[in-house]
Design a protein around this ligand. Structure first.
Ligand code: SAH
Length: 267
């Protein structure tokens, strides 16, 4: 059969011998306390060719302190977007990578900073990507970490693993820039994965989880009073797979039919 993949316009971008545009990568800072860290993160971003900044409930923004620390990256602060929740900030994203200074109770798919850069560059320019950074004092909470497909931990001295927020943005940004530069020099045709469908976005996947939860409750499989981490495990399962839009529509169709069957039975 003639490969369907040739009809995917992204095919034309594969095997590129030029540096990729990073404008579909958003740096998301969650609940940042110190405006200086927002400014310093913007500066690190601009140094490394990143331009899109999203702020989730910043404690103090806009702020002269942020502007001062941003130096010549004030444009990034000016074009940044402020959101009420991480869920809203990543609604359009098909690849979400969360950063964490320590490993959590439920293990999650982990990437090194270099693997993170490779994954991001492999999926651009078809996919909107979010790199998510947490609070200075407490990092990202479990709810937020579970909205990420992958976690990345920057390797450090084991006795002191917590970097300053803007330093963490710099390390991930540098890794992305460095890998992009390296790719420019080599033909990456052989390494790229081809796919015929777009990945489901954060917003679509959230709707799917709600639908799944409703149906699991309706068939008495799930008791929200005694959840036993069922939804976390479901999230981890589907994060690992990273459904495309077609796969997700099939599953939503199955869920809808289950609901119809239940209704018919009740009649
Ligand atoms: N005590 C917090 C550390 C917060 S540091 C915790 O245990 O998570 C603020 C943010 O910087 C973190 O949320 C993360 O986004 C980033 N960061 C700091 N150190 C990091 C590391 N070693 N690897 C990855 N991200 C890190």
């Amino acid at each position: 059969m003639f490969p369907l993949l040739l009809y995917n316009p992204s095919f034309l971008n594969r095997g590129r011998l030029f540096m990729q545009d990073l404008s579909k990568v958003t740096v998301v800072l969650v609940n940042t306390s110190h405006p200086g860290n927002i400014g310093a993160s913007a500066r690190a971003m601009k140094n490394m060719g990143l331009s899109r900044l999203a702020l989730v409930q910043p404690k103090d923004f806009p702020s002269g302190v942020a502007t001062g620390r941003a130096a010549s990256a004030v444009d990034i602060l000016e074009t940044s977007e402020v959101f009420d929740s991480l869920e809203e900030a990543i609604a359009d994203c098909g690849l979400v990578i969360g950063t964490s200074a320590r490993s959590r109770r439920i293990p999650w798919p982990m990437l090194s900073p270099t693997q993170t850069a490779r994954k991001v560059l492999d999926e651009l320019p078809d996919t909107e990507v979010a790199l998510v950074f947490g609070r200075e004092d407490a990092g990202l909470n479990n709810d937020e970490l579970q909205q990420c497909h992958y976690h990345v931990q920057i390797p450090t001295n084991e006795n002191y693993s917590s970097l300053n927020l803007a330093a963490a943005v710099m390390v991930i940004g540098y890794e992305l820039f460095r890998t992009n530069l390296e790719n420019e020099a080599k033909d990456t045709t052989q390494e790229n994965e081809f796919w015929d469908q777009e990945r489901a976005t954060g917003e679509q996947v959230e709707h799917f989880y709600r639908h799944l939860e409703r149906v699991m409750i309706a068939i008495d499989f799930h008791d929200p009073k005694n959840p036993r981490q069922l939804m976390q495990r479901m999230r981890r399962l589907f994060s690992r797979i990273r459904m495309d839009v077609m796969e997700m529509n099939i599953l939503r169709g199955i869920l809808t039919n289950i609901e119809l069957h239940i209704k018919n039975k009740q009649k």
